[in-house]
Structures are given as C-alpha cells and as structure tokens.
Unconditional design. Structure first.
Length: 235
C-alpha cells in the first residue's frame, strides 16, 4: 500500500482574520480612540460656512422675488383703537354727497334737505375712542355757537337704545341722525371715525378733519362764517 494521502488545511486569504483571531483580540476602549483636533475644527468650520451660505442665499432669493418679509411698525405711544387708519376719502372742496340718514324714530332724512345754512357735521360712533374724547367739546361748541351754525351728529350705527343713551349721557342735545345702513358713509367714502365736516350754505365742504378739539372747532366755525363773504357768496 502506498502512503496515505496528505491532508491540507483550508486555505486562508492573506490578511483575513479567523474567528480565533477575533476571540483573542483585546477589546478597544474609548480611551484608546484618538480625536484629531484639526479634523474636528475643520468639520465645525465647514458646518458654520454652510449655514451662513444658506442664510445669504435665502435673503438674496427673497429680495429677488419680491417676497421679503415686510417690517410692520406699530406706534406703541397710542392705543391701537385710537390710531388713525387714514383711509377716508378726501372730500374738502366737493359738494355734500346725496345720502340718507335716519332719525331716532326711524324716519328717513335726505342730506340735501340739510343744505342752506352753515353746518358742522360730526360723524362718530360709541366704539370710537377719539369720538368719546371730543364729544364734550362739541357740546360746548354747540352751546356757544349753535345760534350761528347748525351742529349735526351722525352716528355710524343704528338708533339702538345704547347709542341714544351714550350720546345723552355726554350731554349731546343737538340734532342726531343714524347711518345704520351705511348710506352716508358710502356716499362720502368714509371708513373710520371721527370725521367732522364744515359745510357752507351752498353745500360745499369747506373743511374736513379727523379728531378735533374745542379750539379747532371754534376757529373752523369762524372761518366757515366768513368764507361766503370772501368768495362773494351770500348765505
């Protein structure tokens, strides 16, 4: 009999580790892991640059497309409900528009029937803070000048009991009308209160104001009374 065949061990790839090698390899502790400071700093720098570049891109993109956020400035020195909206139409120099208002009892009155004498028309409402402030001045002005001009209050609301009492509680005793359906405000292009119109006897609106005080009411009435003579128009 010949010699037994030679046995060969399974061939291992060069560089490959056997299960025994893994079993005998010591565990790697975190303390043995070395962090390179330069690599860490470089990574952080790249991240910062990327964030900064994205911010610049967004700002430039918003400016180019016209969608940049609009800055809104609020005047904190004045309560929000007292800040003027400045959306009322400018009617100085024009004729008093034809419109209808209502009396306390609900009867309809045409504004055209008011023309023929000097008028001071105050458009107001009980929810308007400047209106509340100026109403006592209109009461005083009416007491002083009511024999020379006609004072008229036009409430933006209907003749609700709360509106009627609001005016009476503040001493208003001149003519009050109500614009609950918006005929007067629509005809004149008014969207906010207060508005005061100084109207000549021929119906021309001599002056339009927003919030007003007693001194300006007096001076405006004086101007209203001399205006027809200055233009050759008699009242």
């Amino acid at each position: 009999m010949g010699p037994p065949p030679a046995t060969t061990s399974p061939q291992r790839w060069q560089g490959a580790a056997s299960p025994q090698d893994h079993a005998s390899a010591p565990p790697v502790a975190l303390a043995d892991v070395k962090i390179r400071p330069r690599l860490l700093i470089g990574s952080l720098l790249v991240a910062v640059l990327a964030i900064a570049g994205f911010a610049v891109y967004k700002a430039t993109s918003s400016a180019d497309t016209g969608h940049a956020d609009d800055a809104v400035t609020v005047d904190r020195s004045t309560p929000l409900d007292q800040q003027p909206l400045n959306t009322n139409a400018k009617v100085t120099g024009s004729k008093l528009a034809d419109a209808y208002v209502r009396t306390e009892s609900g009867d309809t009155v045409a504004t055209s029937t008011l023309i023929g004498q000097p008028l001071v028309i105050n458009y107001w409402s009980s929810t308007c803070a400047p209106c509340k402030k100026e109403l006592p001045d209109f009461v005083t002005a009416h007491d002083e000048l009511g024999g020379q001009v006609r004072f008229i209050g036009i409430d933006a609301f209907s003749s609700l009991p709360s509106e009627i009492e609001f005016a009476k509680d503040r001493g208003v005793d001149y003519d009050l009308f109500y614009d609950g359906d918006g005929s007067f405000s629509t005809a004149l292009g008014l969207t906010s209160q207060p508005v005061t119109l100084f109207v000549r006897p021929d119906g021309t609106i001599m002056k339009q104001t927003g919030e007003i005080d007693l001194a300006e009411i007096r001076s405006s009435v004086a101007e209203l009374l001399v205006a027809p003579r200055a233009t050759g128009v008699t009242g």
